[in-house]
Design a binder for this molecule. Structure first.
Ligand code: IVH
Length: 718
């Protein structure tokens, strides 16, 4: 197992949620700097590392995927200076892969999705990933009519006048080209031109540019095309948007056509048939990278057949038929000065490494996560040795890696440099915040001891109680403006009953308690003042009605992230129905339990956590007080978009002949259906192929509409 994967496997759900929040913010900030201002604060490898970390955490905790997740966005919103162009077909992004295993997984997933056996060979193309900016150039009746940047993927900037100054890009297509053609590719600046330009800037006493990519971007965003013309931008064609007619039926063939039409295409593109050949080409391109006159940051693999590409289709923001295999990021040595313990919302004790500051990939690193007790000891989460079993001690020289990690990782220790009198780190058995016992629970499902040490103090633990409140008011929960982390700490610590906020309902009684003869008026406290107090009350009152999924998410039930909260809201409709069902349910049996588990996306661990949450009298008591103050709104039914299956719950069973299960599921979901794994009262349609068994029987019993694969295809329009 790679260190990277281990690190993610070790994350607790609350660490993951906190980290995803951090990542969303950090990536958005860098997007803005990168796309909006052409002045990045971190290297591209580090940026990729952030995105990759985000994706990996989301892959493990899909219920935590945020509404504002960077994985749901492509690039940044277009800047305002240029007219906007809505792309005829969206300009998508690529999924990233970082290791040989990832590449094998990608190839396997393609075979699996298509239901192919490894001996039915699928050809892939492999070509450098150019580090420039993507461009969509549209030709109508052979003439260039517009050129647009990617923007947010849907809408880009119209930079036609500037693109016309790039000599390498033809203004006209040869006779016989289709009536509508959109050629897509990368505009970039050659390294040599970048160096020459910077030399000139220096001579002129002007500020120099950061890297060729941002210079290319800045050069294109000039309102005066003469400036663009002087910048010697270049282009590689590698993709397309709308085409009134397809001149080839493979990726490779399309690029050859572009070449014949006069577009520059990358000479290192190859068509290959095996993972071994693909990886060999990756190595070859990596080896030659320093000698190329343009920056590349990886190798892109694409399924060659356009027919297969069409079958594979897209995820929300990237095609299933392609991936970018990125070049690796950096590591550095530094000293581990101390290990601090942080206590989170659910009491998890997380060890944090305090490091002698060091730059890794251009960013100063002072902290790294150490995950849990076993990680420090050199034990992986399945008991396997990590770092060949080497433990981590205070005072050690350690190797820090930021590859894919916002919270940097300690990937190894240098034993030769270990102080002779150093001692193994002893993980606390007592919560450093409240002094309660801290334990590693036994997982009921697996019977194994949990990796996470938890404080048993519950609400008496200041850290847990305040983290709980901070979660409650956080952006995707109650989102109360003016009630941030600092204010929560202040209200929590206050000894004055008219000011104190210890649990969520206290937030909503604050104004009332402050009325009358309160001891201390909030507006007289430093940092508040009359206006901000008024605003705070307004912000609180504004949330007395709230969407059901936000309400459920805000409760801070273990394992219930935003996505799970939405699933629950959708399934139960009202809070009353949800609470009644949860109080009714007990683990592993009964209708209420089965219905909860039948919700697609909710597994046993999550279900158990919810049921246990409602078994705790204190939780129910707090919620009852909360409901006296606020009203969760009934959930809206999923929007129907004219598709005959939108909003319907579909179950596939038996063997399908025209599609693989994955393919059928993806099609159904793209039409707005929910695909469930088992039949329940909530099922609308059962698609049964040959060999269907108990699910078909159950569906008949429940009077659910059943159909075979062909009928299903007719229903969804082929
Ligand atoms: S294919 C549907 N091929 O990488 C995706 N993209 O991270 C079509 N890029 O937006 C993109 N070199 O700006 C493709 N040889 C290449 C590329 C390439 C660079 C960029 C492109 C894209 C981004 C995705």
């Amino acid at each position: 197992m790679s260190t990277e994967a281990t690190a993610i496997d070790f994350l607790t759900i609350e660490e993951a949620a906190a980290e995803l929040e951090c990542l969303a913010r950090e990536i958005a900030r860098n997007d803005e700097l990168y796309h909006g201002k052409d002045r990045p604060a971190i290297s591209d490898a580090d940026y990729d590392a952030l995105k990759r970390r985000n994706d990996a955490i989301e892959a493990r905790f899909p219920e935590l995927i945020r509404e504002d997740s960077p994985s749901r966005r492509v690039g940044s919103a277009p800047s305002v200076t240029f007219a906007q162009v809505v792309h005829a077909r969206p300009m998508l992004s690529l999924d990233n892969t970082f290791s040989q295993d990832d590449v094998q997984d990608f190839v396997n997933s393609v075979y699996r999705f298509l239901g192919r056996l490894p001996d039915q060979s699928i050809a892939f193309t492999a070509e450098p990933k150019i580090d420039g900016l993507s461009m969509s150039i549209r030709y109508e009746n052979g003439r260039m009519v517009s050129a647009a940047t990617r923007g947010d993927g849907t809408t880009g900037e119209n930079v036609t006048a500037n693109i016309r100054t790039i000599k390498e890009i033809p203004n006209e297509l040869p006779k016989g080209a289709p009536a509508v053609v959109e050629v897509r590719g990368e505009v970039y600046m050659a390294k040599s031109d970048f160096i020459a330009l910077n030399r000139q800037m220096e001579v002129e006493g002007k500020q120099t540019y950061v890297n060729p990519r941002n210079t290319a971007s800045g050069s294109l965003r000039q309102l005066d095309s003469k400036i663009t013309a002087s910048r010697k931008l270049k282009f590689f064609a590698y993709a397309w948007g709308e085409m009134s007619e397809m001149p080839a039926d493979t990726q490779f063939g399309m690029v050859q056509v572009f070449k014949n039409w006069g577009f520059p295409v990358n000479p290192l593109m190859k068509r290959l048939n095996s993972v071994a050949d693909i990886l060999a080409h990756y190595d070859e391109i990596g080896f030659g990278r320093p000698d190329l006159d343009y920056d590349i940051d990886g190798v892109v693999y694409k399924v060659d057949s356009l027919e297969l590409q069409a079958r594979l289709g897209f995820r929300s923001r990237s095609p299933r038929w392609a991936t970018a295999h990125k070049f690796p990021a950096e590591q550095a040595f530094t000293r581990l000065q101390a290990i601090d313990i942080q206590v989170g919302r659910t009491g998890a004790l997380t060890p944090v490494a305090r490091l002698e500051p060091i730059t890794v990939g251009g960013v100063v690193v002072t902290n790294a996560t150490l995950h849990n007790e076993d990680y420090i000891k050199g034990i992986g989460n399945s008991g396997e040795p990590l770092r060949e079993g080497r433990d981590i001690r205070i005072g050690d020289m350690v190797i820090v890696q930021r590859a894919g990690d916002v919270i940097p990782q300690i990937v190894d220790v240098v034993l030769e440099k270990r102080e002779p009198n150093s001692k193994p780190y002893v993980f606390p058995k007592i919560c450093p915040v409240c002094g309660s016992h801290a334990l590693r629970e036994v997982n009921e499902k697996t019977g194994k001891v949990d990796a996470v040490t938890r404080c048993t103090g519950g609400f008496i633990c200041r850290a847990q109680a305040t983290e709980h409140l901070k979660h409650f008011v956080s952006r995707n929960a109650y989102d109360i403006e003016g009630l941030g982390s600092k204010q929560v700490d202040f209200f929590f610590e206050s000894g004055d009953p008219s000011l104190q906020i210890r649990t969520a309902p206290d937030i909503f009684t604050l104004e009332k308690r402050q009325g009358g003869s309160s001891l201390t008026k909030l507006e007289n406290i430093d940092g508040f003042g009359k206006v901000s107090v008024g605003k705070l009350y307004a912000a609180i009152n504004e949330r007395r009605r709230i969407a059901l999924h936000r309400f459920i998410y805000a409760l801070g039930i273990r394992h219930v992230g935003e996505t799970t909260a939405k699933l629950l809201a959708r399934a139960y409709g009202t809070y009353e129905a949800f609470e009644a069902a949860m109080k009714d349910a007990s683990p592993m049996s009964g209708d209420a339990w089965n219905e909860l588990n039948a919700i697609e996306g909710i597994g046993e661990i999550v279900a158990r956590a919810i049921v246990e949450f409602y078994k705790e009298a204190r939780n129910v008591e707090v919620i009852t007080r909360l409901l006296a103050e606020v009203t969760p709104e009934a959930a809206e039914l999923p929007a129907t978009s004219g598709s005959p299956v939108a909003g319907k719950t579909v179950v596939f069973t038996g063997s399908l002949e025209k599609f693989t299960r994955d393919e059928a599921k993806a099609r159904a979901e793209s039409l707005g259906a929910k695909v469930a794994g088992s039949v329940s009262k909530k099922t609308d349609i059962l698609v049964a192929g040959p060999g269907a068994g108990s699910k078909l029987d159950k569906a008949r019993e429940l009077g659910i509409q059943t159909m075979d694969e062909d009928e299903w295809l007719v229903l969804i329009g082929g």
